[in-house]
Write a protein that binds this ligand. Structure first.
Ligand SMILES: [Zn+2]
Ligand SMILES: [Zn+2]
Length: 316
């Protein structure tokens, strides 16, 4: 069953968004304070949230017992969220608004529990709910103005917190009214349906989650940031150890008379630009490039790569 719920005022909450903390506050305390404000500002079950009511309507038509179940109403803002049932009873008199405090209800004698079906208008919700409650109704069903179709909204009816009050659409209300006026015995079980959080509350809810997330991230970042240099320092140290170890494993050779490396036509050491001489100790990298040990070791420690072909000694 389709129905429309009108928007609730959220002006009170919007003002929280514009709250400006003092300039001295740190970012974290500002974020935390705003998040808590917003979380506390969320709708509670009786206030801003809207609870739908399932109406299980049963009546007899001819030999048939007809029963229909629909989410056709909403609980009033000040109504207990409870299941209530009974025979549906109309106000006596020329109108159905039950504004006159003397209004009687044509309650069947056999009915233990009864629900008043009252038209909206003529006086406040509180007033008509109280009139029915004083006559002993176990619950009040108010149907909306003519011309509003099946539109409903959560009524405000302060001071009637002990009696279940729901609003149903005008069309559904008239349907019930005509049945009862024809003398049909109609019973209804009102049950608590689902909760709807109005659009703006959703917005505030998501904003709160976002702020809590940002705050957590900020705290996490603040906690871990001082450890980051230590971590990179440890990594650099470990890398140095690995490089030293790799250098130690690279082939060494002492040149002697007759080696082709000593040939003056061969290249010089690219680090010191000196020629190779007998008794020089050279390191021969995996890429087959060689250099004076004394020249290449400090270079490798600093650069890790062959000065000619850039091959990485840790990857060979
Ligand atoms: Zn050299
Ligand atoms: Zn090389």
């Amino acid at each position: 069953m389709v129905f429309v719920i009108s928007c609730l005022s959220v002006n009170g909450k919007m003002s929280l968004l514009t709250a400006t903390p003092s300039a001295q506050s740190s970012v974290s305390s500002r974020l935390l304070r705003l998040s808590i404000f917003l979380l506390l500002g969320l709708p509670d079950s009786k206030g801003k949230a809207i609870w739908t009511a399932h109406l299980n309507i049963t009546f007899q038509e001819g030999n048939q017992i007809i029963s229909e179940l629909g989410e056709s109403g909403v609980f009033g803002n000040h109504s207990p969220l409870e299941r209530v049932s009974g025979v549906v009873v109309l106000p006596e008199g020329w109108n159905q608004n039950a504004c006159n405090p003397m209004t009687n209800f044509s309650r069947p004698e056999q009915a233990d529990s009864w629900l008043a079906l009252i038209e909206r208008g003529g006086c406040t919700f509180t007033h008509k709910i109280n009139v029915a409650a004083q006559k002993g109704a176990n619950g009040v069903i108010i149907y909306n103005y003519p011309g509003t179709g099946n539109k409903v909204f959560p009524m405000s009816h302060q001071g009637t917190e002990n009696i279940v009050a729901v609003m149903i659409g005008n069309l559904k209300g008239l349907e019930l009214l005509y049945l009862i006026q024809k003398g049909v015995y109609v019973t209804i079980i009102i049950e608590v349906g689902r909760v709807y959080v109005p659009w703006m509350s959703h917005y505030i809810l998501y904003l709160s989650y976002f702020l809590v997330f940002m705050f957590t991230y900020y705290c996490f970042y603040c906690t871990w940031r001082p450890q980051m240099p230590n971590y990179s320092l440890r990594r650099r140290r470990q890398m140095k150890v690995d490089v030293k170890k790799a250098i130690g494993q690279i082939e060494l050779r002492m040149l002697k008379e007759g080696d082709k490396e000593i040939d003056p036509n061969e290249n010089d050491c690219v680090v010191c630009f000196d020629t190779y001489k007998p008794q020089d100790v050279i390191r021969i990298l995996a890429c087959k490039h060689f250099f004076h040990k004394a020249c290449i070791d400090p270079w490798l420690l600093a650069h890790r790569t062959c000065p000619i072909c850039k091959c990485d000694i840790l990857r060979t």
